[in-house]
Design a protein around this ligand. Sequence first.
Ligand SMILES: *Cc1c(COP(=O)(O)O)cnc(C)c1O
Length: 357
Amino acid sequence: MLNFTVGPVTSPQEVCEIGSQQVPYFRTPEFSQIMKENEQLILEFAHAPKYSRAVFMTCSSTGSMEASVMNFFTKDDHILVINGGSFGARFAKICEIHELNYTCLNLKHGQKLTQEMLDTYNPADFTGLLVNMDETSTGVLYDVEMIGNFCKKNHIFYVIDCVSSFLADPFDMRRCHADVMITGSQKALACPPGVSIIVMSPRAIRIAQNTHVRSLYFDLNDCLLNGERGQTPFTPAVGILLQINARLKAIKKAGGAETEIARVAEQAADFREKIKALPFEFVSESPANAVTPVHPLYGDAYTIFTMLKNDYHIWICPNGGDMKHDIFRVGHIGDLTSEDNTTLINALTDIRRKGYL
Ligand SMILES: *Cc1c(COP(=O)(O)O)cnc(C)c1O
């Protein structure tokens, strides 16, 4: 299968090879060393401020979204949630479940966040802000530096979900004054799902150290303490952490995060150029590099997804909910090439020839 989804994506060969080996025992100095290396490279690639830390959670990234909300906020907070799609809505739902005080800044699907919209809110009314840098359900990239300037005015605790944007779009945690960034193994990191990562600024670390979180597994201070010796409180997804290590080192060797981001950007630009020949339109005002949401002018988006899967052995990403029949998404992360884009365009051209679009 040729995989144009947004995760799990196609892993490079070296990552797959590690996946075929036995999983080693992990309470060893050797594994601790690998974890230390993982932490250093993540901090470097995220441009995290000095004395930041990264912890590796064995859960999907939603687990880390929830852990962040649980560890960094209390009932005394008022949180602004940027909600432009299913991932923004997920943050709102987490706040709801944990009975936190929050307000949603709602955006239409595909709509970008502007300074004017943000300016209708008073930063003095908020103590926290949650945003998904790339709202992957609609492919909209938010200006996280603009939001960071808003947060700075009232020392708003600023959490950015970079799950699909890390290593796909330029990100500098220092420049956007973020306190927390979250990412996961199965997006641009191109490893299997199962591990997510929380990067904490010194301010976030202080808060985690002083919170009494009502959770055993999602106690970030426990994760920080264990991480000091390159370990985790409980058995982590050891195999995936080894794969992440190989992948991070390969990115470093090839020139670092910026080189990888440029590669993904090129893959996206190549697809967006090639698809112009077909009757589709783009539906994002501020397109992220990781994914292109596409609206077929004729034909049904979900039928196209099914035909590509069954007849051409190509996966694209269908949308859920009320977008199911109008929009599908084409991912540009993972081990894909310009030739792969051509294969997809040829398949779509063939579907058009058959009269389905
Ligand atoms: C994929 C993704 C997540 C996490 O999804 P999981 O299925 O929990 O790994 C969170 N936020 C964004 C923006 C994503 O793209």
